[in-house]
Design a protein. Structure first.
Lengths: 352, 466
């Protein structure tokens, strides 16, 4: 297999050890297993989950390494000793690692009962349910009808080209694995996606590498509208930033799932299984639904952030990016080249 | 003694089990391999479909192949079983254009696919798992001439294994059901097949104790022999019973005659006043009762010989016994008028296995018989000529002999060889014959009228270890 460079993973490396504050006693600490979790997932977002886990399993100490998707992928392939659990939002890359045989299957009741559309080979599990959203400032609503669908966005880009020039932001497909995946999926669903790309190009779209950057730009007022943001972060951000409106597209809304697997060479196998089972258990999902904006996958979990509640609000227009072998197409180097060539062509096609 | 040893059901069951074990092994091996083939066919066609789909996506731009791998191809490769999937597109130099399958493992396969234009199938070990790969050469027409490409696709085998397992399990279940049905049928078949035997048993059980008529039954061919044997047994029983009846009738008759004589003699004497007549009558009564007593004694020994269990046999020197018996007889009154002699006996003792008392009886009867049926002055010679492993006890006289037609009947009771002029009871040779049978000896009679009678008893000799 060819190796290639991903220049587009750029989340800051945050390494935090959850330690003394959560330990019940010093005596226990000596017998503790340290579970190495490499994750592309903001620690503050996921902290309630980890705290609950350590409370339920005081014998395990979680060493949670918040890294970029690139680093997570790199470490999954090459680190020695291997990390125990790999969590990443770069779905195609996670799938590719599982396909390479780097994962091991999890045989537990939680794993067996996990919805089949959110797992593959009982090795990798999608454990969050994060809608992809459009975010706009209230300023925009004062001048035009806010976009509720992809077509609406295309329309306002054409009709208010001058007003929006330089005020539109989205993921950089070359700088972000998530962005690249989302655009690939968009292109699969509608051929008119490329019209949107052309319109974005005409509006002099600003490409960012993370949702965080886009949200900051929107709050600053640099951007009026952001396309394809991670709903989980955006919804939480919008709570403290009332000038922003989070819109789940009404024609179709992609849903991204963070995927987790136990590494084939996990040194702390038992602890890794315990952690995964907790992640997939009703208890773990309850915390996802209640205390994090990551949304629970399980349909019978109750809380503000559940896939069920999202479905009730948005209806049947949620399209989770399927966790199956088709994801592998997105990491095919030639397909990526073809996609990027087309992107570069379409983005400037309307420029004079 | 009847010993119950197993049942027919067990025997048939064991044979059936053996047949099924051998046959079943072959059948199940065959079932497994054909299940594997079926699973391979099913999944190979998915590999072909995926390969076709990728082939359709190949385009050429400026002489370079551009493949926008369709996601559907991966779905086909992964199948419902979520296999790990492997693929690569290889140019004519053997360089991978795109894909996740290391071209190094295809080294030889690559050459094979390019030499022969046939697609190549192969099973190999890759990335820690056995996989099956399918590769074919793609030659596309176009405005510019282009180098051929090879498309290789492959996946892991869990789907094939589980399909094989499913198919095999079904075959196994069918086989087990078949075995069980056959076992059931076998039980029914045994029941049905044993029906005639049961009917035959019923028939025999219902017979009266003295019923010796032949069986009258419908039997299958296999049981014909047994029914025939039974009939033969009944026939022998009938003959035996008839012989017994005849013997009793004859015996009664033989006893009745002297008793009637006694009665008439004593009646005549009672009517007479002459002491002379009384004395003569008493003499007659004495002689007649002596004969009758002898007759009764012979009857007793004959029936004893016929029905008594064979007693314990010992090793006997036949020549010694013969010598003693002849000496004993030579002193008796009855032998006074005959020339009782002995041929030269062998020097060495001749040992046979036998009962001393019955052999003594045998020789005595032979001598007695010869004395009674030959006129006074006849020569009677006993001999003991020896063959290799038999010895012949031979008694030869020079009396009138016997009509050859009667020879075969001489050993039957009350057969006197057509002679009414003797005091013999007609039981002598019958007794001799019975004793000979008890000793596994052969009884032979030769006679030419006018040249006397020769009776031979041929005994097997005991091996001379003594």
């Amino acid at each position: 297999m060819k190796r290639w460079l991903w220049p587009y993973f750029s989340a800051p490396l945050v390494t935090l050890l959850l330690t003394a504050s959560l330990l019940p006693s010093a005596a226990l600490a000596q017998n503790k297993t340290t579970l190495e979790v490499d994750a592309a997932l903001d620690l503050p977002v996921v902290a309630p989950l980890l705290a609950a886990f350590e409370q339920a399993h005081p014998e395990i100490e979680v060493s949670f390494q918040d890294r970029s998707t690139l680093e997570v992928d790199e470490r999954a392939r090459t680190a020695s000793p291997a990390p125990d659990v790999i969590i990443s939002s770069a779905m195609p890359w996670q799938m590719a690692r599982v396909n390479d045989g780097l994962a091991q299957s999890l045989d537990s009741s939680a794993a067996r009962e996990w919805p089949s559309w959110a797992k593959w080979r009982n090795e990798v599990f999608g454990f969050t349910f994060e809608p992809i959203v459009t975010v706009y400032r209230l300023d925009l609503a004062r001048h035009m009808l806010p976009p509720q669908t992809h077509a609406d966005l295309h329309t306002i880009l054409n009709t208010h080209k001058d007003m929006l020039r330089g005020r539109v932001t989205t993921y950089s497909p070359s700088g972000s694995g998530i962005g690249y995946t989302l655009f690939q999926q968009d292109a699969r669903y509608s051929p008119r996606f490329w019209d949107l790309v052309a319109a974005l190009g005409a509006a002099d779209v600003r490409l960012e590498n993370s949702t965080q950057k886009m949200l900051e730009g929107l709050t600053d007022g640099r951007y009026w509208v952001g396309y394809n943001l991670l709903g989980s972060y955006a919804i939480q951000w919008a709570r403290s930033h009332p000038e922003l409106i989070v819109q789940i597209p009404q024609d179709y809304s992609l849903v991204m799932m963070r995927m987790a697997f136990i590494h084939r060479d996990a040194p702390n196998l038992e602890a890794a299984r315990t952690f995964m089972n907790f992640l997939l258990s009703a208890d773990g999902q309850q915390i996802l639904a209640g205390e994090t904006p990551l949304f629970s996958v399980l349909p019978d979990v109750v809380g503000p952030y559940t896939s069920q509640r999202l479905r009730d609000q948005v209806g049947e227009r949620l399209y989770p990016i399927p966790i199956d072998a088709s994801l592998l197409a997105f990491v095919d180097p030639m397909r990526r080249d073809v996609f990027m060539n087309r992107w570069r062509r379409e983005i400037q096609i309307l420029n004079p | 003694m009847i010993v119950v040893k197993g049942t027919l059901k067990q025997r048939l069951g064991a044979w059936l089990l053996a047949a099924f074990s051998v046959l079943g092994t072959f059948l199940l091996i065959e079932a497994y391999t054909s299940a594997e083939r079926a699973a391979d066919r099913a999944y190979d066609s998915l590999l072909q479909a995926a390969s076709l789909t990728i082939g359709e996506a190949v385009q050429w731009q400026g002489g370079q192949p551009v493949v926008e791998i369709p996601a559907a191809a991966f779905q086909m490769l992964a199948t419902e079983q979520q296999e790990r999937v492997f693929y690569t597109v290889v140019n004519s130099d053997g360089q991978s254009v795109t894909g996740n399958l290391d071209t190094a493992v295809l080294e030889t396969l690559h050459h094979r696919a390019s030499r022969q234009s046939e697609p190549v199938w192969s099973s190999l070990q890759y990335a820690g798992a056995p996989i099956r790969v399918y590769g074919r050469q793609l030659k596309s027409a176009g405005w510019e001439s282009v180098e051929p490409l090879q498309i290789w696709v492959g996946h892991t085998l869990s789907g094939r294994e589980s399909l094989t397992h499913d198919l095999f399990t079904k075959a196994l279940i069918r086989f087990v059901v078949m075995v069980m049905l056959t076992g059931l049928l076998m039980l029914v078949a045994i029941r049905t097949a044993l029906g005639p035997v049961r009917r035959l048993r019923q028939l025999i059980r219902q017979r009266k104790a003295d019923d010796v008529t032949p069986l009258n039954a419908e039997v299958p061919a296999e049981l014909y022999d047994m029914a025939e044997t039974l009939n033969a047994l009944f026939e022998r029983q009938r003959e035996g019973r008839n012989a017994l009846l005849r013997f009793s009738a004859d015996a009664s008759h033989q006893l009745k005659t002297p008793l009637a004589g006694l009665q008439s003699t004593s009646e005549l004497a009672l009517q007479s006043n002459q002491p002379e007549d009384w004395r003569q009558a008493l003499q007659t009564v004495h002689d007649s009762s002596a004969r009758t007593s002898r007759l009764a004694g012979q009857l007793l020994s004959l029936s004893r010989l016929r029905h008594a269990e064979a007693g314990s046999k010992t090793q006997i020197d036949l020549s010694d016994l013969l010598r003693k018996t002849i000496t004993e007889w030579a002193d008796r009154d009855i032998a006074k008028h005959h020339d009782l002699g002995m041929a030269a006996l062998p020097d060495a003792p001749i040992y046979i296995q036998g009962e001393p008392w019955s052999l003594h009886e045998l020789i005595g009867n032979l001598i007695d018989n010869a004395l009674r049926y030959t006129p006074a002055g006849s020569e009677i010679t006993l001999g003991l000529p020896r063959q290799k492993d038999t010895v012949e006890l031979r008694i030869q006289d020079n009396g009138p002999g016997v009509n050859p037609e009667l020879l075969d009947r001489l050993h039957q009771p009350f057969e006197r060889g057509g002679r009414q002029d003797t005091e013999g009871s007609g039981l002598g040779l019958a007794i001799v014959n019975s004793i000979a049978q008890r000793h596994q000896a052969t009884f032979e009679i030769h006679s030419e009228p006018g040249h006397g009678l020769c009776v031979c008893i041929i005994f097997p000799i005991l091996a001379e270890e003594a």
